[in-house]
Design a protein around this ligand. Structure first.
Ligand code: CA
Length: 250
């Protein structure tokens, strides 16, 4: 059963369309209100099963499909289907929408697991609305660069082509599915061929200065990228390990 708040489809989409999946009514309502006041189009639902319904639904009856959101705010603990499982599913289906995960738990393990299943950012309850709005703004800015930014050229290296404007990567002409983080790492590497990046520099540039997780997260993402890019991930020809320093591309 869909328990979406009334869809205000007549309102123009100004800053982006945000989905909140949160079972605690007070948090759900407060977050929705704060983001609406900022000018976002907000849909709020209270459990994971309803979110799954949206994942397999085309846009009809005023309720948008999961694919059409610009940002998803996911609570970790949800009835029926957890936020982690939802996040995994969204990424598994190749949807690169930015995901901000919320959790009542403050443990480092939760944060790392959240980020490793494909969340882009993580916020521990209780949090202030200004903090939340700032994180949302940053995520949307990072993944949907404004029209006024200069046109970036296509990046090519041997068989790999990256289209910054379209957030698309092909290997020998075949499109590959990358998460937003994987895409950002590859874009950074391909913009600076052969430059060596330390894990700390990659975290700073890709995850942002507020990232509290482990630098192992970088290694995990490099491994995933190799699996998608390389003919033989254990003998990479693109993503090279520079022992004692970090990684370079080419
Ligand atoms: Ca919850």
């Amino acid at each position: 059963m869909l328990t979406l708040e009334p869809a205000k489809s007549s309102q123009p989409v100004k800053l982006g369309r945000v989905l909140i999946v949160e079972d605690e009514e007070l948090i759900r309502e407060t977050v929705a209100l704060a983001l609406r006041e900022e000018g976002y189009e907000v849909f709020a639902i209270e459990d994971g099963r309803t979110a799954l319904d949206l994942a397999h639904r085309s846009e009809e009856g005023g309720y948008p499909a999961l694919l059409s959101f610009d940002l998803i705010i996911l609570d970790l603990m949800l009835p029926y289907v957890s936020g982690l499982d939802l996040c995994r599913l969204i990424r598994h289906e190749g949807n690169a929408v930015p995901i901000l995960m919320l959790s009542a738990k403050g443990s480092e393990t939760d944060r790392v697991v959240g980020l490793e299943v494909g969340a882009d950012d993580y916020l521990t309850k209780p949090f202030g609305m200004r903090e939340l709005v700032a994180r949302c703004r940053a995520l949307l800015r990072r993944y949907r660069p404004s029209q006024t930014q200069s046109q970036e050229a296509t990046l090519r290296f041997q068989d790999v082509t990256l289209y910054p404007q379209e957030c698309r990567v092909t290997v020998r002409g075949e499109e590959i599915n990358l998460s937003p983080k994987e895409f950002r790492i590859l874009e950074l590497f391909m913009s600076h061929p052969r430059r060596v990046w330390s894990r700390e520099q990659l975290i700073e540039r890709v995850w942002g200065p507020d990232f509290m997780g482990d630098s192992k997260t970088v290694d995990v993402h490099i491994r995933w990228l190799r699996e998608k890019l390389e003919d033989d991930p254990s003998h990479p020809k693109y993503l090279m390990t520079v022992r004692g320093f970090g990684y370079r591309f080419g």
